[in-house]
Design a protein around this ligand. Structure first.
Ligand code: ADP
Ligand code: G6P
Length: 737
């Protein structure tokens, strides 16, 4: 079994140069803290940036870098100052981070940043390629590395690649503003599995894939020509034991062994027994809503003045991305707000806000979590927010109240907390009041449920479920690869073809011999196709049928002069050897009068859709409509039609962006089986791309060579990727000796 290679911009530790040596300090942020527990448990290598630029590393210390990282199972990607500026401070944190967190006005679209982002992503991909063997599993993390999956895939088509996005994926309306939106999506689609924290992010991503790349998406699978990509949500958990055990040990510490911070907190608690500590911990980031929180705190103290001198807000803001102007402005804003509020409200005995702007060691984090009565987290937008989960995990006696913003991914799983809208000061003030006065029993009842959930779905479970889903996806791929029409399989088929005494070929037209066009009349055959079909048509002992849902008038124009055999309108009409079409099935069409007005009402309400009327069927096309909207309407139409037609002899066919109503006793399967019965054939072949062709695949005998165009669920024995491959395959038939 291969190893797992984790790739992220941040490694579990950041290297720093101090006193002429290298020191490693733990990284903050959800990705690094969460993955650290996964990494330490297994056989994995973690590739990322050390935190130092090439220019910062003196020559004599260079070898020590690898040594220091190796202690943490890590390996570095070297970056110059320019690269860090363009890739990390630039595209990652001045373009993508604000855009994906809905801070559109902060997002800068700079071509130079984009170019460096591409170069650095290639550097990460190259480092992976140097370290990975084909059996390894590659797990790429977060928005800094969205192009890496495809870059690795280009060189290693069969390697297993998973990608997890730790931040929100924004709605299509936001994402579409990015000038490099297609490139980003294509980069991500190099993966086999793409994971998000919540179903909403997953939904937004799939919507962008459909609308911007026009790819087929069915449930949470994306269909490429030769691969299926799975998209799913995996809400990230925490290392629950680590936090609950640390809190347990902490509670058993003798007073003299306690940290200065803890002793100070205890002293204040003693002096105001009915006082409360509110805690907020975040990286200093505008997405976390720190400034709003300070304003809301002031609002609360004015609305409920009885809590002045009783309630203290402890704010721990961890320095982050301080080269980015928005973060510098935020720092200034928060400093000023804290100063102003404290200045205006403080008394001799009371400072309303304690503000720490630094990174604290793990033990101090535990001091704070365990000592504060209320955790108050109000991000304006947050991919997950692990601090919320960590706070609950440390509450060993199950007291404590969590107030959490609805805009955090974790709010989806923490319904028992007090959820607030971070922009609603009135609601926040009232919720703080509720939290302060919440009876102990209620606190415990809420936390009991939360703890149980967090303990069960911990970070290890999260990683395991991602990995097993990735493995399942790879196995599915492998199962499909065996059905791909490989050269080896095709050579065997060609052998049978050339020795057969009598051959019968059924070829679907749209999506098989020719690609789709918004206007069906414009998807007419080109010269190359005519020449190819001529060559097969002229072969002795070979009967070739074009089998289509098209109307007989169009095929008469296109193919009758060629004298090709044809079955049209799904099997209503047949033409052989240039004879005019005759009816193959006796069908009625008087029902069409009733169905037409229904379809017309859908055309009126669905811009871009239109009706195609044939002699014995009527179709509603929605290829030109907005894909999401079109699918929605198609589902609606299906329901309406099914209830309308009841037990009549008509049925609804769901084709490729078309819904067709036709007689039930007509389909391509029935028609082709009838033709098959007219003679003795020892080589039978059928190829098609959509649902209507499945009737052929199902009803023709098992020995038939059935081929699906595109890799989708099918009854066919083989598949080829696209119409180009269909033509290549048929041209091998055409050169039979
Ligand atoms: P984000 O990933 O946006 O920073 P999260 O809340 O998901 O937000 O993750 C923050 C992580 O960083 C948590 O695991 C938390 O324990 C850790 N962390 C936050 N502040 C500090 C700090 N001062 N010192 C050490 N770790 C911290
Ligand atoms: C978020 C991101 C991570 C990032 C972390 C800290 O959690 O999703 O990718 O590592 O913030 O930010 P930083 O810029 O310091 O790596």
């Amino acid at each position: 079994m291969g190893k797992t290679i984790i790739i992220s911009n941040r490694l579990p530790v950041q290297l720093q140069i101090s006193n002429g040596g290298i020191t490693a300090i733990p990284s903050v942020g959800g990705l690094a803290t969460g993955m650290k527990s996964v990494h330490s448990g297994g056989d994995s290598l973690w590739i990322g940036w050390s935190g130092l630029t090439d220019e910062e590393i003196p020559e004599e210390l260079a070898p020590k870098i690898d040594e220091a990282l190796a202690k943490h199972g890590s390996s570095k990607v070297k970056l110059t100052k320019n690269q860090v500026d363009g890739f990390y401070f630039g595209f990652s944190n001045r373009t993508i981070w604000p855009l994906f967190h809905y801070f559109l006005e902060y997002s800068e679209f700079e071509l130079d940043y984009w170019n460096v982002y591409k170069d650095v992503n290639q550097k990460f991909a190259d480092t992976i390629l140097q370290n990975a063997s084909d059996e390894d599993t590659i797990w790429i993390h977060d928005y800094q590395l969205m192009l890496v999956p495809q870059m690795v895939r280009n060189e290693r088509p069969d390697i297993s690649i998973g990608f997890f996005l730790h931040i929100p994926f924004p709605s299509f309306e936001i994402f579409r503003t990015l000038p490099w939106r297609e490139e980003i999506l294509e980069g991500l689609l190099g993966s086999d599995l793409i994971g998000f924290h919540t179903y909403d992010y997953e939904r937004h991503f799939l919507s962008s894939v459909r609308r911007l790349l026009g790819l087929e998406v069915s449930f949470n699978d994306i269909y490429l020509d030769n691969r299926i990509i799975k998209v799913d949500s995996f809400p990230m958990g925490i290392d629950y034991k680590k936090f609950s055990n640390a809190a347990q040990e902490h509670s058993q510490k003798k007073p003299e062994k306690q940290s200065d911070l803890q002793q100070r907190l205890d002293k204040h608690k003693k002096s105001t027994p009915d006082g409360k500590f509110l805690l907020s911990i975040d990286r200093l980031d505008y997405s976390k809503g720190i400034a709003k929180r300070l304003n809301a705190f002031e609002y609360f103290l004015n609305k409920y003045p009885q809590y002045k001198e009783k309630v203290r807000l402890i704010i721990l803001a961890v320095p982050s991305r301080s080269n980015v102007p928005q973060y510098q402005l935020l720092k200034k804003e928060v400093d000023e707000l804290v100063g102003r509020i404290n200045g205006e409200l403080a008394t001799v005995n009371w400072t309303p806000i304690w503000y720490f702007y630094r990174s604290l060691p793990f033990d101090s984090l535990i001091d704070l979590y365990t000592s504060c009565d209320i955790a108050w987290l109000t991000p304006l937008r947050d991919g997950m927010n692990l601090v919320a989960k960590e706070y609950v995990a440390t509450r060993t006696d199950q007291t404590g109240v969590l107030i959490l913003s609805e805009m955090a991914g974790s709010a989806n799983e923490m319904n028992e907390s007090l959820l607030i809208n971070p922009n609603n000061f009135e609601q926040i003030a009232d919720t703080l009041y509720t939290a302060i006065n919440m009876p102990k029993e209620e606190q415990q009842a809420r936390n009991k449920v939360l703890q149980k959930r967090l303990e069960r779905y911990n970070v290890e479970k999260w990683a395991n479920s991602f990995m097993s889903s990735l493995r399942a996806q790879k196995n599915l791929d492998a199962a499909n690869i065996s059905k791909r029409m490989t050269d080896h399989l095709l050579n065997g088929i060609l052998k049978d073809y050339s020795v057969a005494k009598k051959r019968l070929l059924f070829l679907d037209y749209d999506g098989t011999l020719a690609g789709f066009h918004n206007d069906p009349q414009k998807a007419n055959p080109d010269q190359e196709l005519y020449q190819l079909l001529d060559r097969i048509h002229e072969q002795e002992d070979t009967e070739m049928y074009l089998v289509s849902g098209r109307d007989k008038e169009t095929f008469t124009r296109w193919f009758l002069p060629k004298k090709y055999n044809m079955i049209v309108e799904h099997g209503v009409w047949i033409s052989k050897d240039g004879e005019p079409f005759r009816m193959l099935e006796n069908v009625k069409n008087d029902w069409m009068e009733k169905i037409r007005p229904v379809l017309e009402s859908f055309v009126d309400r669905t811009p871009g859709s239109f009706i195609e009327e044939k002699n014995y069927s009527i179709a509603w096309h929605y290829r030109k409509t907005d894909p999401d909207f079109g699918n929605l309407r198609a589902t609606e139409l299906n329901t309406v039609l099914t209830s309308l037609i009841g037990n009549d002899d008509i049925s609804v066919l769901n084709g490729n962006k078309v819904m067709e109503v036709k007689s039930s006793n007509v389909n391509k399967g029935r028609a082709t089986v009838r033709v098959l019965g007219e003679d003795e054939y020892d080589f039978v072949f059928a190829i098609g791309d959509d649902w209507t062709d499945e009737f052929m695949f199902q009803e023709l005998p098992k020995s038939t060579i059935t081929v699906k165009v595109g890799q989708q669920k099918t009854q066919a024995r083989f598949f080829v990727e696209n119409t180009k491959k269909v033509r290549e395959l048929l041209s091998r038939f055409a050169i039979k000796k």
